[in-house]
Ligand binder design. Structure first.
Ligand SMILES: Nc1ncnc2c1ncn2[C@@H]1O[C@H](COP(=O)(O)OP(=O)(O)O)[C@@H](O)[C@H]1O
Ligand SMILES: CC(=O)OP(=O)(O)O
Ligand SMILES: [Mg+2]
Length: 404
């Protein structure tokens, strides 16, 4: 990366999970990707870093990574080699994905001690996510205390939800005292994808209604009216809604009482069951859709049932959001499963032809890595595959914030 001018046009984006850190450096002059990578299995055996350079090169390091501090130090070393490390004058900011922003944060925020303390207070409602986000922020700050750190919240896009969509029908005083309401997550992705979908239709986001289906490891649906979120499937925590890799999504809350009273499970055990041992994994032993599809093709009964429950839930949300929006211009599939799995897309809209929602089998099956329509040309509602780019969205928001 020699020959580029040394000015602060780059943003380092960190998506710190409990056992992994995904990162990218984006040069906002392009925008173009200056570097990207992943440290996985932090605190476990077999930890490794995979670093990709702008010219398509790859460097892999297999080494012990006991915690986030060591992970970020490794990342900093690799980025230094490419001239875009945390001390480089080319960096304008670090943008952090923060999953839970609670009721306070509806916009990206420059991180100070107060913002950090609030993210910490939200750990109980995002136990799988906020602790990793915090570790990433603290370590990045210590590596270069002078570099602006910006938090971009998964919940921010959903703060436009009306009260009737955000409220649970429970005792109002209890709800308010404990800030219990539906917050929604993956908002950075829902915002990016709904906007891109409008672009694909050649229309302004303010004119179109879109149902976005973000189907990754975590999965959520949103109803977006004229660029604003009016409902989404995740709630107080990222457990509500669609069936996910390891999370149940919607269940009768009385299942929790039953597991406690009848099965004798503790709250912690039930939490682990619903968040980490349920969903696709709990139903068939696999949470990777590629593996599940392979098993379905072989006639595996458990994989078939898990698949059917997964796509049936998606279909129910499409129907619900059709009712919420009144008129739907497009249904957009995104994230790992949504972008790559034609069988899921086909099954999720099967039977909705009467509502104007259907896919063209050939377009749906055709591989591709850019935003594209997969519905028949004369369809009333467009169905689209729209790759998400949460990192680009985070970098864009962080860069805009530090540049006033
Ligand atoms: N080619 C593919 N076909 C089907 N599923 C895929 C494919 N590639 C990735 N996936 C699915 O995407 C999931 C991960 O999605 P991703 O959006 O990367 O999740 P996250 O960001 O939550 O880790 C994997 O669990 C896998 O099931
Ligand atoms: C909020 C959430 O579920 O995030 P992820 O998909 O990264 O687990
Ligand atoms: Mg993701």
């Amino acid at each position: 990366m020699t020959g580029l001018p040394a000015r602060a046009s780059c943003v380092l984006v960190l998506n710190s999970g409990s056992s992994s850190v995904k990162y990218q450096v984006l040069d906002m002059d392009g925008p173009s990707r200056a570097a990207a990578g992943l440290v996985e299995r932090i605190g476990e055996r077999g930890a490794r870093l995979v670093h990709r350079t702008a010219d398509g090169g790859e460097r892999v390091r297999e080494t012990s990574v006991p915690g986030h501090e060591e992970a970020l130090r490794l990342i900093a070393e690799e980025l230094d080699t490419d001239g875009v490390g945390p001390a480089s004058p080319r960096l304008a900011a670090v943008g952090h994905r923060v999953v839970h922003g609670g009721p306070v944060f509806s916009e990206p925020r420059l991180i100070d001690d107060e913002v950090l303390a609030e993210i910490e207070r939200l750990v109980p409602v995002a136990p799988l996510h906020n602790p990793g986000n915090l570790a990433g922020i603290r370590t990045a700050r210590s590596l270069n205390p002078d570099l602006p750190q910006v938090a971009v919240f998964d919940t921010a896009f959903h703060t436009t939800m009306p009260e009737h969509a955000a409220r649970y029908a429970i005792d109002m005083r209890t709800a308010d005292e404990h800030r219990i309401r539906r917050y929604g997550f993956h908002g950075t992705s829902h915002a990016f994808v709904s906007r891109r979908t409008a672009g694909l239709l050649g229309r302004d986001p303010s004119e179109v209604n879109v149902i976005v289906l973000h189907l990754g490891n975590g999965a959520s649906a949103s109803a977006v009216a004229g660029g604003r979120c009016v409902d989404t499937s995740m709630g107080l925590t990222p457990l509500e809604g669609l069936v996910m890799g390891t999370r149940s999504g919607d269940i009768d809350p009385a299942v929790v009482f039953h597991l406690s009273r009848v099965a004798g499970m503790s709250v912690g055990e039930i939490d682990t069951l619903l968040n980490q041992r349920s969903g696709l994994l709990g139903m068939c032993g696999d949470n990777d859709m590629r593996e599940i599809r392979r098993r379905v093709e072989e006639g595996d009964w458990a994989a078939r049932l898990a698949f059917d429950v997964y796509v049936y839930r998606i279909k129910k949300y499409i129907g619900a959001y059709l009712a919420v929006l009144g008129r739907v211009d497009a249904v957009a599939f995104t994230a790992g499963v949504g972008e790559n799995n034609p069988a899921v897309r086909e099954a999720a809209v099967a039977g909705l032809e009467g509502l104007g929602i259907t896919v063209d089998p050939e377009l749906n099956a055709a591989p591709g890595d850019s935003a594209r329509l997969i519905s028949p040309q004369d369809a009333a509602t467009a169905v689209a595959v729209v790759p998400t780019d949460e990192e680009l969205e985070i970098a864009t928001q962080a860069f805009a914030l530090v540049n006033g």
